[in-house]
Structure formats: structure tokens, C-alpha cells
Design a protein around this ligand. Structure first.
Ligand SMILES: CC1=C(CCC(=O)O)c2cc3nc(cc4[nH]c(cc5[nH]c(cc1n2)c(C)c5CCC(=O)O)c(CCC(=O)O)c4C)C(CCC(=O)O)=C3C
Ligand SMILES: [Fe+2]
Length: 403
């Protein structure tokens, strides 16, 4: 049994290892040990963990303060971002998306006869994760499996959710009672990739029907830029995934799969980045989508297909940075543009999220877990130091393995 992780169902960060918080899978000691919990786990409920967003003008600044606490985002950047929210009445649609996603998950679970309640809480705005975890505990649901609304590995897209779980268990005093595990980063789950394959197919079909040559179409896979130091440290350190770590490797692998699934040949593509913040002196992943667009007319490109590969719903980064800014950049350079859909509450995606929970409930062997890239299926339990933020320093994280 020494190579098989044992699920310690009712222990918690605080109870079994307060010094590190990396505690939930007590026997998976080796850093290169098993990726998957192939032992059935009797979960009591699902924790849907969102980012959170403001729902009125008066929420905007307090929300931005929550997001940027301790992260050195310059004031000018905050004002700029506040303006994006103000433009839409101070409302991000992200909370509404998560209300809809919760309802869709509940409907899918009911249709499949699965008795698991869904508790929804956000990292940065009400309803907060604290309330969701307290509600679950009050209902007697103590062994939780989290679905974060984020598909890739990195500090911002995986670890920060895990750190917030650990923080919430401490703040609520429920660390000895409640356990929070997390489904694997699902970037290469076919149910997530599906929306992007279809989106590119439809956009390219529209353009070619209008007489645009395939060689004049460029597909731009866009994701959130992150500091290069975060990218390098994304994923477990023992995997050799290049200078920009698991974060970039995962996006590149998914983009390749999306393009390989296209029937039309001869369409070129790039991975591009958006929504950069932080001080200008700090290197972030590039190229920025707007900078790349500028170069395209010189290469004979007439139309861009903008694919929001890094995002699960049409929230502010999509509505502003892609649908306003990148769309405008394309128009300024005489390019036609089509932005493809995010997964949202697409039934295939919702079914896939339930499948991700069930593979943990059933302890499904790795070989039977769906994954469309060579990189996956990704880890159920993050290794110590996985996606750590050396800018902010060490914080305990739930849903990981013992060092
Ligand atoms: C990888 C990634 C995702 C995708 C994964 C995921 O979805 O979780 C994501 C999502 C989101 N980011 C969001 C909003 C913001 N992110 C910010 C700041 C930052 N994001 C970062 C990265 C990411 N962010 C980083 C490295 C920073 C700098 C802070 C730091 O150094 O760690 C800031 C501060 C101002 C600014 O800097 O822009 C805001 C307001 C919203 C809500 C949108 C809405 O309200 O509709 C969503 C879904
Ligand atoms: Fe962000």
C-alpha cells in the first residue's frame, strides 16, 4: 500500500498537520508518487468555488481591494480595472454565471440519481467560501469535493483556491471537522475542450463561407497572463515542462488538440495572453493579444478567431479585454474578428464536471479517466510547493499531499 495514496476522509488541515496544511493524503509521501486517488471516497457534498465579482457600483472598489490585497497592483491599474466594471454598471456577470452553474449541476446530479448537495462560495465576493463551508457543516456535510471555476495549473488558477480553502477552514474553526479535496485541473477533460473545438469550427466555417482563405485566418488562443515567476513554478517541480511550466504547457497542449480536431487544414494559430497587471518592471507571459494582432496584417491575415481558452464563462476578462479591447485592436488593423464561446453552462461541460466528481467518488483508475492531451489526466492531489507563489511567500493549502 505504500505507493497508493490513502484518503483520510475526516481529517483536515488543522487536525493533521497545521504546520504545512499539506495534509490530506497521508501516505502519498514521495513527490513523484501516484497522481490519483484510486480509492473510492464517500463525499458528502460539492463545494463550487468561484472567483466572485461585484454586483453594483458600490461593490467595485471593495471587491478590487479583496482581489488585490497584498499583491502590489499599482493604483493606476486598479482605477483602470474599476472603469471596466463601471462601464457595465458595476456588475460582473460572474456571480450570475455561478448561480446558473450551481442550478445546472444540481439538475444534472438529480437526473443521474446522485445525492450530493452543491454549496457555492467565492474567493473574493459574497457569497464567500466561509458561508458555503459553514452551511455544509451545519447540514452535516463534512467531506467536501471542490470544483473550482478554473481549469489550469498555476498560483492564480489552482493554488490560490487551495490556499483559500485552508484559510477558510482556519477562519471558521472547522479545520478539525471539514475536509476539502479538489477535482483535478480539468484543462484537458474532453467536456471542457469540446466548447473550444466547436467554437473554432463554427468561426472558421463562417469565415470561409464568406470567402476568406484559410491562409488568411489566424486563430488566437487567449488566456490570462501571469508573472513569469508564477508560470515557471506552476505544476510539480519534478515534471520537465519548459521555462513557463505547466501553465503554458497545458494551454499549448489544449490548443494543439483543438486545432487537430478541425477538418479544415492550413489555419495557423498562436497562444496569446491578456489582462496583464502588476508593475511594468515585472515580467509577465507574452505576447499580449493586442500586440500580436498588430503584426498580423503584415503576414497577410484578414480575420482572427479569438478563443477564450483560459476561461470558463463570459466574465469581465472576456467581456472587456476580448470583446472590447482585442476586438477594437483587430478592427483598427483592418481585421475581421470572431470571439468563440466559453463553456458557461453548456450541457456537455456540466456533465463533465459531474464526471470529475464521480471519478473521485468511485476511485476510478487513471487509465479510465478521460483526458485529451498527453499531459493528463492531471493530479488529484497537488504536491508540496506545487504552483507556489514566491512573490507572496508560503501559505498553507488544502487538497494536497504531505511533504
Ligand atoms: C490565471 C488567472 C485567472 C484565470 C483562472 C480563474 O478564473 O480563476 C484569473 C481570473 C479572473 N480574474 C478576475 C479579476 C481580477 N484579477 C486580477 C488580478 C490578477 N489575476 C491574475 C490571474 C488570473 N485571473 C493575476 C496573476 C492577477 C494579479 C494579481 C496577482 O499578482 O496575483 C484583478 C486585480 C486587478 C488586475 O490586476 O486586473 C481582478 C479584478 C476575475 C473576475 C472577473 C469578473 O469579475 O467578471 C477572474 C475570473
Ligand atoms: Fe485575475
Amino acid at each position: 500500500m505504500s505507493t497508493q495514496p490513502t484518503v483520510s476522509e475526516h481529517t483536515s488541515a488543522a487536525a493533521s498537520g497545521a504546520t504545512t496544511g499539506e495534509v490530506l493524503f497521508a501516505s502519498a509521501a514521495a513527490s513523484t508518487g501516484p497522481r490519483h486517488v484510486e480509492v473510492p471516497t464517500a463525499y458528502d457534498g460539492i463545494l463550487l468555488a468561484g472567483f466572485g465579482g461585484p454586483e453594483g457600483q458600490e461593490d467595485v472598489i471593495p471587491f478590487l481591494r479583496n482581489v488585490t490585497r497584498g499583491r502590489g497592483i499599482p493604483d493606476e491599474r486598479l482605477e483602470e480595472v474599476a472603469h471596466h466594471y463601471r462601464h457595465f454598471g458595476g456588475v460582473s456577470p460572474i456571480n450570475e454565471h455561478n448561480r446558473e452553474l450551481k442550478a445546472a449541476l444540481e439538475a444534472e446530479l438529480a437526473a443521474r440519481g446522485i445525492d450530493l448537495p452543491v454549496y457555492w462560495g467565492n474567493r473574493n465576493w459574497a457569497p464567500y467560501l466561509n458561508e458555503a463551508v459553514e452551511q455544509a457543516e451545519a447540514a452535516g456535510d463534512r467531506t467536501l469535493i471542490a470544483i473550482a471555476t478554473s481549469a489550469y495549473s498555476s498560483f492564480s488558477s489552482c493554488r490560490q483556491y487551495r490556499e483559500d480553502f485552508a484559510r477558510v477552514l482556519t477562519e471558521t474553526g472547522l479545520g478539525g471537522t471539514v475536509t476539502i479535496d479538489k477535482v483535478r485541473p480539468f484543462f484537458d477533460h474532453p467536456a471542457f475542450v469540446h466548447t473550444f473545438i466547436e467554437g473554432v469550427r463554427d468561426a472558421v466555417a463562417t469565415l470561409t463561407a464568406d470567402g476568406v482563405a484559410t491562409s488568411a485566418i489566424r486563430v488566437l488562443f487567449s488566456t490570462h497572463s501571469i508573472p513569469t515567476v508564477d508560470a515557471t513554478r506552476s505544476g510539480p517541480s519534478f515534471l520537465e515542462l519548459g521555462e513557463h511550466g505547466a501553465y503554458e504547457a497545458q494551454h499549448l497542449a489544449v490548443a494543439e488538440v483543438v486545432m487537430a480536431a478541425q477538418e479544415v487544414e492550413g489555419v495557423a494559430w498562436n497562444l496569446v495572453y491578456q489582462s496583464r497587471s502588476g508593475p511594468p518592471t515585472q515580467p509577465w507571459l507574452e505576447p499580449d493579444i493586442n500586440d500580436l494582432i498588430e503584426t498580423l496584417p503584415g503576414e497577410g491575415v484578414e480575420a482572427v478567431v479569438i478563443v477564450p481558452l483560459g476561461f470558463v464563462s463570459d466574465h469581465m476578462e472576456v467581456m472587456w479585454d476580448l470583446d472590447e479591447e482585442a476586438t477594437e485592436s483587430a478592427a483598427e488593423h483592418g481585421l475581421r474578428s470572431i470571439r468563440t464561446p466559453t463553456p458557461g453552462i453548456d450541457p456537455t461541460y456540466v456533465t463533465g464536471l459531474v464526471d470529475l466528481v464521480l471519478e473521485r467518488v468511485n476511485g476510478t483508475p487513471a487509465a479510465q479517466r478521460p483526458a485529451v492531451t498527453e499531459l493528463g489526466p492531471w493530479f488529484d492531489v497537488c504536491r508540496p510547493g506545487c504552483c507556489e507563489n514566491i512573490r507572496a511567500g508560503f501559505k498553507p493549502a488544502a487538497a494536497g499531499v504531505v511533504p
